[in-house]
Ligand binder design. Structure first.
Ligand code: FRU
Length: 467
């Protein structure tokens, strides 16, 4: 069905045109947050990957910059990270003008050989590739990609974690050019087993001192997918995390959990990673799903691929153990002008809005339009559900239409009163429930904007607009 609805979000990052997947190279430098991303500028589907580039000062308004990295003789440019080399360990710049270094995977399109390469920039917009690439060569191991650099406080050097088949591997370096392997973490024996992608590893303070978090996105084997249709196995790709420690060489999963820990219970948050060079840990994920992203009806609005809002993370002690909790970063200014909602239906004056609500029991929040489309967020004593089965267009792809993809659910993490934050921006819904312990990111494609918002039950909500 054709729609006249414009799906281009107002504050969520989308590419200027055509295809985008993973966030790459996120780094804060000189007052600007840099976001690079997997980009195919020639068509609204995946193709030879480039690194697109954008910056923002407030995490809401983005400025597009020229494409940062183009394919070369080593291959196209797969996912990776950036580091601001403040001590000029690499020698590519100076202490007065520290280089920004992109560490990425060169993916040979013919042989599929994946090796790690670097490029540097002194103006943080134009990049020069290093003549000594690849900096981590590969003899032929499949699925060897997505290096994420982080500071190693134990060895006082840089380390990186990369995906290596069913494991992730750790490397360290004193000059960001010569790397040696220090250890590995076997993802499969600690949780779901599959092909790892886009790992990230970072410390967070807790009431029991510092702990480390390892995040891994993963392609699940088809025979393991859709068996139970629970949050962990209903889709072909999922992101999970582990809580533990880092000994300078590798990650150790000390807080073992019987069930995989998920940073998001919705269908649309993959390849999420954190910013480098920020004290706080702030994450952005690709707010799409490999199962249907290439058919998303946003192409009618000139793009395919969108990012989540920036989310700041904390590691919180719960009855079940340590869990990540998330809050939106950058939305405070928007929340300053908010309107209390009454029980029952309230009129909406824009299809980009947010909601902050206190939940003191059970209740429901519904957005609807006059075509009969609606999204329903329900809080019961046992679980939280985000139901987008009747939200809008769905027949564009068979997985998107499935009941298990449409009805997103997660168990309650809190028994007492809690807060829920919701952002809806044209075609993307983000819900941070139970004080941010239970996030959901979900793509919805209403044929026309939602016009009403209904609140029922023990929920006191305030509404604000994103534009
Ligand atoms: C994850 C991923 C990465 C890879 C990139 C290619 O979504 O498959 O592993 O580097 O996308 O675009």
């Amino acid at each position: 069905m054709q729609t006249k609805n414009n799906y281009r979000p107002v504050v969520h990052f989308t590419p200027p045109a055509n295809w985008m997947n993973d966030p790459n190279g996120m780094v804060y430098a000189n007052g600007r947050y840099h976001l690079f991303y997997q980009y195919y500028p020639a068509a609204p589907y995946w193709g030879p990957m480039h690194w697109g580039h954008a910056v923002t000062r407030d995490l809401l308004r983005w400025e597009h910059l020229p494409t940062a990295l183009y394919p070369d003789e080593l291959g196209c440019i797969f996912s990776g990270s950036c580091v601001l080399d403040k001590e000029n360990l690499s020698g590519f710049g100076s202490l007065e003008n520290p280089p920004m270094i992109a560490v990425y995977t060169s993916h040979n399109t013919t042989t599929h050989l994946e090796q790690q390469s670097i490029a540097y920039s002194l103006d943080y917009e134009h990049f020069e590739k290093y003549y000594g690439n690849p900096i981590i060569a590969n003899e032929g191991q499949p699925d060897f990609r997505d290096p994420k650099v982080f500071w190693n406080p134990i060895k006082q050097c840089y380390s990186l974690v990369l995906a290596a088949g069913k494991n992730v591997e750790f490397y360290s370096s004193r000059n960001l050019k010569d790397w040696e392997k220090t250890g590995e973490f076997q993802a499969g024996i600690h949780g779901l087993g599959g092909i790892c992608e886009c790992p990230d590893c970072f410390p967070l303070q807790t009431e029991d001192g510092e702990k480390w978090v390892l995040i891994i996105s993963m392609i699940l084997p088809p025979e393991e997918t859709g068996k139970e249709n629970n949050a962990f196995d209903r889709m072909s790709h999922i992101t999970q995390y582990y809580v533990g420690s880092f000994d300078g060489n590798t990650f150790i999963d000390t807080e073992k959990s019987d069930i995989p820990l998920l940073p998001d219970f919705g269908t649309d948050n993959y390849a999420a990673v954190t910013f480098q060079n920020l004290d706080e840990k702030v994450m952005i994920g690709w707010a799409d799903n490999w199962d249907y992203a290439a058919q998303a009806p946003t192409a009618e609005s000139g793009f395919r691929g969108k990012m989540t809002l920036a989310r700041e993370m904390k590691l919180v002690k719960t009855e079940q153990g340590y869990r990540l909790s998330f809050s939106f970063k950058g939305t405070e200014a928007l929340e300053a002008v908010s309107f209390p909602l009454t029980q029952g239906d309230n009129r909406l004056h824009s299809d980009s809005f947010g909601l902050k609500a206190a939940v003191n029991g059970t209740g429901k929040i519904v957005f609807r339009n006059s075509s009969g489309e609606f999204v329903e967020i329900t809080v019961t004593e046992e679980e939280i559900t985000v139901d987008r089965r009747h939200a809008g267009q769905s027949s564009f792809q068979q997985d998107y239409e499935k009941e298990s993809y449409g009805l997103n659910r997660a168990p309650r993490q809190l028994r007492d009163s809690s807060e829920i934050e919701i952002i809806f921006d044209k075609c993307i819904l983000e819900v941070l429930a139970d004080n941010g312990l239970t996030p959901f990111t979900v793509s919805v494609f209403p044929l026309q904007p939602y016009e009403k918002i209904g609140v029922t039950g023990d929920i006191q909500a305030k509404l604000f607009y994103l534009c």
